[in-house]
Design a protein around this ligand. Sequence first.
Ligand code: HEC
Length: 225
Amino acid sequence: MPKAFKNGILILIVAAMIPPTIVARARAVRSAKTRIHFVQDMDNQPKFRAQHANPLFADGRAMRPPVAGTVARGQLDTDEHFHGGIANGAWATTFPAQTPLTLNLVKRGRERFNIFCRPCHGAAGHGDGMINKRAMELVNLAVNGTTWVQPKSLHESQIREQPVGQVFNTITNGVRNMAGYQSQIPVADRWAIVAFVKALQRSQNARVQDVPIDERQSLRRRQGG
Ligand code: HEC
């Protein structure tokens, strides 16, 4: 084999190792530069991102608020009972047709209550949740002048007597120092929570008459009476 040919092959082999070496280095080393982007598609184009400024509009915002009075399709929410907790001009005393009172509704409500309400109102609704405990510690230590309004016990008689529509309204719009949960909790779930709150209230103020007759006997036996 001629020497020049041998050398040529050797050079080719060495040259062939250069691209893999560059690729390997690029994978291992961090760089502040943007990567090489051959096919642009529509990845880079002039546009306004959310929350950016745009001098074209008088208010300087790129994001345009909807025209006043706009209602999104399917969000007219004219059902006063379901969306407002109101029936015949007063707080509804019954559950709306969309969320009939079933065991599943109460179970769903228990789950949602434990997520959204329990931190403040406590597992059994006595207003003694973890947030309240922590806040009371801070109040007692007078950390940065902490002030705190204790979550209400859901078993106070005037709260226990509230119609379901009023409890729904409290969850939706809040009450005095408690914020509303309209944006976090969907309507049907708010009704589920109402169902569970009512079950909680009943559980903490139960009478023997609330227990099914055939179970009262075993209840008495357990109480030793
Ligand atoms: C961040 C703490 C906090 C959370 C979470 C919270 N609450 Fe409250 N809640 C309060 C406080 C504080 C009050 C008393 C407000 C006042 O008297 O100013 C209150 C009051 C209430 C009342 C009494 C309303 C009345 O008419 O007096 C009800 C009912 C109630 N909450 C239900 C709920 C339900 C149901 C949830 C869950 C969806 C919930 N709360 C979540 C803090 C909270």
